[in-house]
Ligand binder design. Structure first.
Ligand SMILES: Nc1ncnc2c1ncn2[C@@H]1O[C@H](COP(=O)(O)OP(=O)(O)OP(=O)(O)O)[C@@H](O)[C@H]1O
Ligand SMILES: [Mg+2]
Length: 228
């Protein structure tokens, strides 16, 4: 078994500076290890810090203490102490993240958004475009939307653009925050299939799934979040 991502005593406390400096301890000494080809589903009531953990694993949040060890190409990077260049490298090559909401860049077309991870890896324009089209087609994003910026898209359409972009390259680690939340059953089933394919190719996956059917379909193991 090959460990891909491992947290050691990972803690995160938010400080609300504009509300009297109140401290909110959300993650408390979390030890989570995910192997290649394994899908771990975060489980726990609303507010127990599931999304916070995923965002911290993607280095959107700096941990208060503890480490996040990411294994890649025989090196281990601790995201708690990594430089910004190391973080960019890890995001480009190692970790894909589907946030619940797409961060839309104004005026960038759907096709360009989905192609971007391939372009960053030096894939030619034509090849990247063809792969992006195939991915958008698979996820049933209507063709007349491909040249438009997704800002005006429906929640489910934006979510599928987000998924297309995160599955277009084979990230060794995938973080999925409710990727099927705004999808109808047919599209949710497609995403489940894509998750299983990624897993078979060896991706280490950490996911949050509201829906019990989806959760049970993809989970190898549950990781329970307790809150405080
Ligand atoms: N940036 C932040 N600043 C302050 N508090 C935050 C911040 N992000 C999250 N929190 C708090 O951390 C707690 C956990 O939030 P989080 O979004 O991780 O929960 P969750 O388990 O994903 O819940 P849900 O199932 O509802 O999505 C919440 O009480 C939230 O208010
Ligand atoms: Mg959440």
């Amino acid at each position: 078994m090959k460990t891909m991502i491992q947290t050691q005593q990972l803690s995160k406390t938010f400080t609300l500076h504009n509300q009297g400096g109140i401290q909110l301890p959300i993650l408390d000494k979390v030890n989570l290890t995910v192997e290649a080809g394994e899908c771990v589903v975060l489980h726990g009531a609303s507010g127990t810090g599931k999304s916070t953990l995923l965002r911290t694993l993607y280095a959107n949040y700096l941990p208060s203490s503890g480490s996040i060890l990411v294994h890649h190409k025989n090196t281990i990077t601790d995201l708690a102490t990594a430089t910004s260049n190391q973080l960019l490298e890890v995001r480009r090559h190692v970790i894909g993240y589907v946030s619940q909401f797409l961060r839309v860049i104004p005026r960038v077309s759907t096709l360009d958004i989905v192609m971007q991870p391939l372009k960053e890896r030096g894939v030619s324009n034509v090849d990247a475009q063809n792969q992006a089209k195939a991915m958008l087609k698979r996820l049933n994003v209507p063709e007349h939307l491909w040249s438009l910026a997704p800002g005006t898209f429906s929640g489910g359409e934006q979510q599928r653009v987000n998924i297309a972009r995160s599955f277009i390259v084979d990230y060794p680690i995938l973080l999925l925050d409710e990727p099927t939340a705004s999808l109808d059953q047919k599209n949710a089933d497609i995403v489940v299939k894509m998750i299983k394919e990624a897993q078979q190719k060896g991706a280490a996956i950490v996911g949050i799934f509201h829906d019990a059917n989806t959760r049970n379909a993809v989970a190898d193991r549950f990781f329970t979040m307790h809150g405080d």
